[in-house]
Ligand binder design. Structure first.
Ligand SMILES: Nc1ncnc2c1ncn2[C@@H]1O[C@H](COP(=O)(O)OP(=O)(O)O)[C@@H](O)[C@H]1O
Ligand SMILES: [Mg+2]
Length: 324
């Protein structure tokens, strides 16, 4: 019998790739192995801004479905929804979330407005055109509207809402649009949700513990903490499991929020919801990551292993959602 073909769609890598760009290749290798074990033949296809070229290649290859790993196009996280949009247009089934789910979740302010509308808790925020509404003594974090993977987030992103700090920040960071979100001092959780025939399942909840942070150093998972192996932040942010046992009330609140978010945004396949928890034990959604990173050192993989699932099982479940 002829084996079924799956295209692994990857964003074209730039000539001087950054660590977060290269990570997509690590994911591709891990997924190819499992797809082969599941009986598929795989073919890699790199997607850039040339839609005609990628359309031609997709038509020629004629896959049963596409495993969509595109995280950005031409270095821009804003264009992440182009890949699912093109696949929808071509009527080619694919893994993960739709273009619409991507568009609304990858614009963080738009996602927050929709959460607010459905009473899902997300920290207050101020758009950069309204900085005079910032409370001078309150603490904020400046976040890029469209970026992911902690791109654009450093210690300098945590700042008071006073006019000078904000003005100085915006002058120094005029490369992309930012908004200011109320800083939630407290625990951080990354919660993975896996789809499949039986519907979304919240996997064991990972807490990111900030170890031995000196006073004054913001406890955030910024770009360094995610990508620079030699940095203090990378070495002192440690993943830990067990909140379901130690604080079942908090865990249940977060579980419910994850399921509600899955439904609200029409997510598919796999997703990760990032939270901070304030001093009163209230969880706040920082962001929804549709199609989060699947590489073996990332949170989704770790949560899957904690659940006792093999990566093959995870890939199989993601594939089950393709035809849903
Ligand atoms: N409102 C907030 N309060 C406290 N920390 C935050 C807040 N928003 C973001 N952070 C920190 O910044 C990191 C990255 O922010 P996040 O919203 O998850 O964006 P992304 O991971 O897409 O870059 C978080 O993991 C968290 O450590
Ligand atoms: Mg995040």
């Amino acid at each position: 019998m002829k084996r079924k073909k799956v295209v692994i769609l990857i964003n074209a890598i730039s000539e001087t790739p950054t660590a977060d760009e290269l990570d997509v290749l690590i994911q591709a290798v891990a997924i190819e192995t499992e797809l082969k074990a599941l009986g598929y033949v795989t073919e890699r296809l790199f997607m850039g801004l040339n839609m005609q070229q990628v359309t031609g290649q997709l038509k020629k290859t004629d896959p049963v479905f596409v495993f969509n790993l595109v995280e950005s196009l031409d270095g821009s996280g804003k264009l992440i929804y182009f890949a699912p949009a093109l696949l929808e247009h071509l009527h080619i089934p694919f893994t993960g979330s739709s273009s619409e789910a991507f568009f609304v979740t990858s614009n963080k302010m738009l996602a927050k407005s929709l959460m607010l509308n459905k009473n899902l808790p997300t920290p207050e925020w101020i758009e950069s055109d309204f900085t005079d509404h910032l409370k001078p003594s309150a603490l904020y974090i400046a976040k890029p509207v469209w970026e992911d993977a902690s791109v654009g987030i450093t210690d300098a992103s945590v700042l008071r809402g006073d006019k000078n700090s904000v003005k100085e920040f915006l002058e120094k960071h005029n490369d992309m649009p930012y908004f200011f979100e109320e800083f939630i001092e407290g625990r951080e959780f990354n919660i993975s949700v896996l789809g499949g025939k039986r519907g979304p399942e919240v996997l064991p909840m990972a807490e990111i513990v900030f170890e031995q942070y000196p006073a004054g150093k913001p406890k955030i998972v910024g770009y360094e903490a995610k990508w620079d192996e030699n940095s203090f932040a990378y070495q002192h942010t440690v993943r830990s499991f067990g909140v379901e046992k130690t604080d079942p009330v908090l865990a249940e609140k977060m579980r419910q929020i994850c399921i509600d978010s899955w439904k609200l945004f029409g997510l598919k396949g796999y997703t990760r919801v990032d939270f901070r928890v304030d001093g009163e034990g209230n969880p706040w959604i920082l962001e929804i990551n549709a199609n989060p990173c699947l590489s073996p050192d990332a949170g989704f993989y770790a949560a899957s292993m904690q659940a006792g699932y093999s990566f093959k099982h995870v890939v199989e479940r993601i594939c089950e959602d393709v035809w849903k």
